[in-house]
Design a protein around this ligand. Structure first.
Ligand SMILES: NC(=O)c1ccc[n+]([C@@H]2O[C@H](COP(=O)([O-])OP(=O)(O)OC[C@H]3O[C@@H](n4cnc5c(N)ncnc54)[C@H](O)[C@@H]3O)[C@@H](O)[C@H]2O)c1
Ligand SMILES: [Zn+2]
Length: 354
């Protein structure tokens, strides 16, 4: 399978944004949005490149962080677009990670019943995950991603060079989703990472991992675009991850860190159910650790994590549907798992337990 038409991956390619837009006949005034980290690093440069190629641009900068993915900033952007006389034929450009992408994508899905948008993804997590598949959303006080839409970008520009400025924890967080893709669906991608992983910043490895992740996720999305069945496979590691994030009020762990612990948990459950060997479990956890990710947690009560699982968006009749592993590259969806077994695994994942 080739890359989807809306995706462009490479090094130094933010300079090519005018020709990538032209290739996809994306025209109109360009409304660029970023946060205060990616603004000075990349958005300013992108505006210069656009302007020198004859594009008209406007710019809005938001505060960084998950709290920006809110209805308050949706309203802020609607007001800005309206007062800048944005028309249906104009384009929003998100420059940043998953937060800016999800928010801008949601605004693009709803402003004037939908306008085109472009994602310049500058975190590893957004390159391997959120820039693919068309899900856009904002958070409500009652929960994460509670309001959203399916509205794919017309262009996702994934420039590996932008990852050089990414803080170490954010880089590792993105690796969790990349490793997840190999673990659940692609043995050879997993083995390639296993053979070549020396340093999370290795640009050759990053380029190949982003490309492979985009291919793997796109195949899943193509089969189940509206998340009605098979796409749940991408939720591997996320049942425990979401519960960890809720239990710690999103303050302690980055998403990928929670996913990494969640993958360790899902593999432990798979092992207890005799679906995989101890060796498979160890191979997965070793690779996560080489990417400087945690596979255990500290200072969180396992009972609180277990309670948090019942409130997850993906539960059905109060019970989570687990994605488990049959082997490297072979995930299986829709499992019911006994509560006591889950609690046992949560206890084992706790560091310093006696
Ligand atoms: N839509 C989807 O399918 C999907 C999938 C996965 C995750 N998400 C969402 O993505 C969000 C998390 O995304 P994220 O991890 O990219 O977080 P983020 O957007 O908050 O970025 C992390 C931090 O890195 C900074 N940053 C971004 N690019 C940088 C760069 N190149 N150099 C230096 N700093 C940089 C940001 O300002 C921020 O402080 C969550 O809200 C999650 O729900 C969406
Ligand atoms: Zn995730």
């Amino acid at each position: 399978m080739n890359l989807p038409k809306y995706v462009e991956i490479g090094t130094g390619i933010i300079n090519q944004i005018p020709s990538e837009l032209e290739k996809r006949t994306i025209t109109g005034k360009m409304f660029v949005v970023s946060d205060s980290n990616t603004g000075s690093l990349y958005a300013g440069h992108i505006r210069e490149v656009l302007k020198s190629n004859g594009h008209e641009t406007e710019y809005y900068e938001l505060p960084p962080g998950e709290l920006t993915k809110s209805m308050e900033y949706v309203q802020t952007l609607y007001d800005w677009l309206y007062s800048s006389r944005a028309e249906r034929s104009d384009v929003l450009i998100a420059v940043g990670g998953g937060v800016i992408g999800d928010l801008v994508g949601f605004v693009a899905a709803t402003y004037m019943r939908g306008i085109k948008w472009v994602q310049v993804a500058t975190t590893l997590l957004s390159q391997v995950d959120s820039s693919i598949g068309g899900k856009v959303a904002v958070d409500l006080d009652s929960g994460k991603n509670m309001v959203g839409a399916f509205h794919p970008p017309s262009l996702s520009l994934l420039d590996i060079d932008t990852l050089t400025t990414l803080p170490e924890r954010d880089l590792s967080s993105g690796w969790a989703e990349a490793i997840k893709h190999g673990t659940i669906l692609d043995t050879s991608h997993f083995e390639e990472l296993e053979a070549n992983f020396n340093n999370p910043r290795d640009p050759t490895l990053l380029l190949s991992a982003v490309t492979q992740s985009v291919l793997i996720k796109s195949r899943v999305v193509e089969r189940d675009p509206y998340d009605q069945g098979f796409r749940a496979v991408l939720n591997y590691g996320h049942t425990i991850a979401h519960a960890l994030e809720t239990a710690t009020a999103y303050k302690k762990l980055l998403h990928g860190e929670a996913v990494s612990i969640g993958m360790a948990g899902a593999a432990a459950i798979s092992k207890k159910l005799d679906l995989i060997s101890a060796k498979v479990q160890m191979r997965q956890n070793n690779l996560l650790e080489r990417a400087l990710l945690p596979v255990t947690y500290i200072d969180i009560d396992p009972n609180i994590i277990s309670d948090a699982m019942k409130g997850d968006k993906k539960v059905s009749k109060g019970r989570p549907k687990w994605v488990l592993l049959n082997g490297i590259g072979k995930a299986t969806i829709g499992h019911d798992v006994d509560n006591q077994l889950v609690l046992g695994v949560l206890n084992e994942l706790q560091e310093n337990q006696v």
